[in-house]
Design a protein around this ligand. Structure first.
Ligand code: DC
Length: 224
């Protein structure tokens, strides 16, 4: 059966998660956080003492990680060793190591195939960096969400403080975010870029409601 897939890419802090969750809820599509899979692979590399700057070691580690995917409460939930990873994959340390891990082709290939397999569970809203360009490039509903670096850093910092994950300065958050953007958009395999035909939405001066409405209004006929 042909599933409908809404694909949303963009840099960190552009608002992809909030927007994708809301759009999914509105339409009854499952929300898929693809970045969490890269974070899980990164977390497992660190737990197992793997040097994340060594692509062969990262590839071998990622191949051994078993991630269980289950549709739960409107989203695809992940379990590793029977447990949800929770905020263990949201720390500044994981932030710093996730981009190098995401440059490794074997890791990308494995995650791409996991993501494509999720259509078995239903219609999807998938957010990430290469969803519109590499994972679901044929989707008729593709979006590129951006915002200024300042707005993105401010959102991420607020989120870290609210969740009690870290208490970094806005400057430190911005520096880490720009460093990740640089690696994500210049890597060899499936770099972050706006896909031809994707609708670009700059959320710097828009409310969440406005961005969600823009996405919903741009969907193919009959999807709402
Ligand atoms: O969206 P996020 O910050 O949770 O993503 C974590 C890392 O994973 C980020 O450095 C980029 C990478 N990523 C990717 O390369 N491709 C995706 N589809 C999603 C995330």
């Amino acid at each position: 059966m042909d599933r409908r897939v809404i694909a949303i890419d963009g840099p960190s802090g552009a608002g992809k998660s909030s927007v994708s969750k809301r759009v999914g809820k509105e339409l009854g599509f499952l929300h898929v956080d693809s970045g969490a899979l890269y974070r899980i692979m990164t977390w497992q590399c660190l737990v197992r003492g793997v040097d994340t700057s060594n692509p062969a070691a990262v590839a071998a580690c990622a191949a051994a990680v078993e991630v269980e995917c289950r549709p739960e409460n409107g989203a695809i939930a992940y379990y590793v060793g029977g447990e949800p990873p929770g905020d263990r994959i949201r720390t500044p340390e994981i932030n710093a190591h996730a981009s190098p891990v995401a440059t490794v082709k074997e890791v990308r290939d494995r995650i791409t195939s996991i993501l494509r397999g999720m259509t078995q569970y239903g219609d999807l809203v998938v957010e990430g960096r290469d969803i519109t360009t590499a994972v679901f490039p044929d989707s008729p509903a593709r979006f590129y969400l951006t915002a200024s670096a300042e707005a993105r850093a401010a959102r991420r910092q607020k989120e870290e403080v609210e969740k009690g994950i870290a208490n970094q300065s806005a400057e430190a958050v911005k520096a880490s975010l720009l460093a990740r953007d640089a690696i994500d958009s210049t890597r060899k395999h499936a770099p972050l870029r706006k896909a031809d035909g994707a609708l670009e939405i700059d959320s710097t001066d828009l409310t969440l409601d406005q961005v969600v409405e823009t996405v919903l209004n741009a969907l193919p006929d009959g999807w709402r």
